[in-house]
Each structure stands twice: as structure tokens, then as C-alpha cells.
Design a protein. Structure first.
Length: 84
């Protein structure tokens, strides 16, 4: 999936299908992409259980994020106005 064809649903669907295999970098990239493309869809993101699953994955991997990954996750959730 490239950034041009990514949608909120496509990123969340990819995470739902393969999230258990995601590394910390994959999780932070998914979160960042959702923040970027979903910033105007915060209501949808707040109500989607897959976003909660992503937040849980972020919390579970918090000690594995590098500085950039942690910044990406914080930015993504703040930009999308979703509490983690």
C-alpha cells in the first residue's frame, strides 16, 4: 500500500488482519499514516474498535519504539484527536 492509495479503512483493515505480526516500526507507521489521512475523520476513528486495538498495540510496544516511532505515535493520536 502506498501513501497515495491509503485510506483510514485500508490502514485499519491491514492492521486488523496482520497487526499481531507488526513490529514497533510497523505499528508507529500505521498510526502515523492514520494521523495523516484521518485528521479530518476523528469522529470515525474514535468509534472504530480497530483504532482502540492499534492504541493497545502502541501501549504494548512502547518500550520498543525508537524516538521517531514514539514521536510518530504521539503526533498521530494527537492529530486525529483520539485518546490512547
Amino acid at each position: 500500500m502506498t501513501s497515495q492509495d491509503a485510506t483510514v479503512n485500508s490502514v485499519l483493515s491491514l492492521f486488523a488482519a496482520h497487526g499481531l505480526k507488526f513490529s514497533a516500526r510497523n505499528v508507529s507507521t500505521a498510526a502515523h499514516r492514520l494521523g495523516k489521512i484521518g485528521r479530518n475523520q476523528s469522529h470515525q476513528l474514535k468509534q472504530d474498535y480497530r483504532m482502540n486495538d492499534l492504541a493497545t498495540a502502541c501501549l504494548n510496544l512502547i518500550h520498543e519504539f525508537d524516538v521517531q516511532g514514539l514521536a510518530n505515535v504521539a503526533w498521530a493520536f494527537a492529530t486525529a484527536s483520539v485518546e490512547a
